[in-house]
Design a protein around this ligand. Structure first.
Ligand code: AR6
Length: 178
């Protein structure tokens, strides 16, 4: 049975098996939730990202894909790094980019499940620096999560009450119980 939760708060303090990071493709850190996760989790996470860059991912992590590292000092076993797409300036690009945003969620949740995680916390990927409009971001996030093959808990951790409200409205529109 899949449970979807919407909470307002800081993803770095969640007690779940896996925490998803909205990363930059270099995996070498950045601002926003990425910066917060590295700051709270400590240098072990960055060290493992650097090892991945030196081995499996010399070109960085492609948009829409996901990779796991240690969660360092966080109350989780894994950080799952994914790269969301930047909101396109041209409308014609929107559908292709939207598929990439869905892929980022699907691959993150799928990787968490395959590692054995029973609970996963996710931020609003692409809805910050990458400029994705909140309502659309919420719709993509929730519809993808509702289709996830994994049993267990999917918790969206929204940084502001306003973003939580947007997710709650999208959940209601999609008929998703939260
Ligand atoms: N907990 C939960 N959500 C947070 C937190 C937090 N501690 N901090 C910020 N958010 P963003 P993106 C929210 O910009 O748009 C980075 O520099 C934030 O309010 O972190 O995917 C990376 O290195 C917003 O709603 O990610 C990349 O270069 C959401 O998390 C780039 O930004 C996502 O905002 C990725 O941009």
């Amino acid at each position: 049975m899949l449970r979807i939760e919407l909470v307002t708060g800081d993803i770095t303090v969640q007690r779940v098996d896996a925490i998803v990071n909205a990363a930059y493709s270099s995996l070498l850190g950045g601002g926003g939730v990425d910066g917060a996760i590295h700051a709270a989790g400590g240098p072990e996470i960055l060290a493992e990202c650097r090892r991945l860059r030196a081995t499996a991912l010399p070109g960085g992590l492609p948009t829409g894909e996901a990779v796991a590292t240690t969660a360092g000092r966080l109350h989780a076993r894994w950080v799952i790094h994914t790269v969301g797409p930047v909101w396109p300036d041209e409308g014609a690009e929107a559908d292709a980019r939207r598929r990439l945003l869905a892929a980022a969620y699907r691959n993150s949740i799928g990787l968490a499940a395959s590692l054995g995680a029973a609970s996963v916390a996710l931020p609003a990927v692409s809805a910050g620096v990458y400029g994705w409009p909140a309502t659309d971001a919420a719709r993509v996030a929730l519809s993808t999560a509702a289709d996830a093959p994994a049993p267990g808990l999917i918790r969206f951790v929204l940084f502001s009450p306003a973003m939580r409200d947007v997710f709650a409205e999208a959940a209601a529109a999609l008929g998703i119980d939260e």
